[in-house]
Write a protein that binds this ligand. Structure first.
Ligand SMILES: NC(=O)c1ccc[n+]([C@@H]2O[C@H](COP(=O)([O-])OP(=O)(O)OC[C@H]3O[C@@H](n4cnc5c(N)ncnc54)[C@H](O)[C@@H]3O)[C@@H](O)[C@H]2O)c1
Length: 348
């Protein structure tokens, strides 16, 4: 297969591309605008493969999308390009509306026009795989429920509302125009090449520099954590084996309070990089994020049963790998922070 991956220079997109190039015979076209969150360095391991190509394109640019589709003739699109950070969506929602909603619409239309010109057989085999988040389902506060594929949408933040909107567009393009789409909604990812504005890399890097480890509110929020390489394997299974029109929830069965995550990082660092202090002493509690959802939790039984996917990493093994990766890749961390983001608090 030839797969067009949007947002392939980001955290999850780059894991997907590394997975495909290393473990399959498929080719990848990485289409990315290279925002602050996109870094081609995350693709160093695969960039010399003759099955990998890069296109520096904004998904809002219809003419460029048409050119890329006509030139590369992909069999599938995996759509990961997005503005992805909730705090940034609170400070400035406009880019989230533009990329996540208008950009997804533009890509759907470009894909539909391209798809209409394919042979009947190629049309039937084509896939538009939209990668989304469990945050579209809203908050599970005060219950032991899990998000399933039929949970109704109740997004809370500008980020999750923009992703919910894009999910609806994708479903409409199948129902109205017959474009063969499939959607995945995944829980919080962690692992290598994660931009240091997100909780886990931020805490690792701050701890190593002896800086405060900021925890929103009391750290009681619960997220379900999935190692990014497990997510990448799931996404490849869905694009190659998933049923058209289906939604698959992806999660790691790792519900943790934020405070537990931070303490686990401190524990790992105490073992790997012992210092005179216990890293836990650096924990500080800061004002909570406005509208902060209390709990997300995924029921991933559908993808487990229907596509035989299961996460390989436990939270403990995945976290150890992640901390070790950040210890070995401080240069990557320095370079991706290019002076514009210095781990300051956003989204207040
Ligand atoms: N990170 C998570 O925990 C998580 C969980 C579930 C779902 N998701 C979804 O997975 C996808 C990828 O998330 P991520 O964490 O890798 O994000 P990321 O912020 O690390 O990467 C996003 C990538 O998209 C690119 N991009 C942004 N705007 C673009 C545009 N207009 N045109 C082309 N490229 C553009 C960026 O340059 C970057 O490479 C997103 O759609 C996100 O909503 C993320």
């Amino acid at each position: 297969m030839k797969i067009l991956v949007t947002g392939g220079a980001g955290f999850i997109g780059s894991a997907v591309i590394r997975h495909i190039i290393k473990n399959t015979q498929d080719s990848v076209i990485n289409l990315d605008k290279l925002t602050y969150a996109g870094n081609l360095e995350s693709l160093k391991e695969v960039q010399d493969s003759d099955r990998y190509e890069f296109e520096h394109v904004d998904i809002c640019n219809r003419a460029e999308l048409d050119r890329v589709l006509a030139q590369h003739k992909p069999d599938a699109v995996m759509h990961l390009a997005a503005e992805s950070h909730v705090d940034r969506s609170i400070d400035g929602p406009a880019e989230f509306i533009e990329t996540n909603i208008v950009g997804t619409y533009t890509l759907l239309e470009a894909a539909r026009q391209y798809w209409l010109k394919l042979s009947q057989n190629a049309q039937a085999n084509f896939r538009f795989h939209h990668i989304s988040t469990d945050e579209v389902y809203g908050d599970l506060e005060g219950t032991t429920d899990l998000f399933t594929e039929t949970t109704s949408y109740e997004p809370s933040s500008p980020y999750s509302a923009s992703k919910a909107s894009s999910d609806h567009l994708v479903r409409a393009w199948l129902r109205t125009y017959g474009l063969p789409t499939v959607i995945t909604n995944c829980s919080n990812n962690y692992g290598p090449y994660h931009f240091p504005e997100k909780l886990i890399p931020l805490v690792i890097l701050n701890a190593l520099e002896g800086k405060d480890l900021p925890i929103y509110g009391k750290g009681e929020q619960i997220r379900d954590w999935l190692y990014v390489e497990d997510h990448a394997r799931a996404l490849y299974k869905v694009v190659t084996e998933g049923e058209v029109g289906e939604t698959y929830n992806i999660g790691g069965h790792n519900e943790k309070k934020n405070i537990e995550v931070v303490e686990a990082i401190c524990h790992t660092l105490n073992e790997l990089v012992p210092q005179s202090l216990d890293y836990k002493e650096l924990i500080t509690f800061v004002k909570d994020r406005p509208g902060h959802d209390i709990r997300y939790a995924i029921d991933a039984s559908k993808i487990e049963k229907e596509l035989n996917w299961r996460p390989i990493e436990t939270f403990e093994t995945g976290l150890k790998k992640t901390v070790e990766w950040y210890l070995a890749n401080s240069e990557w961390c320095k370079r991706v922070q290019d002076g514009s983001y210095q781990r300051e608090r956003l989204g207040t």
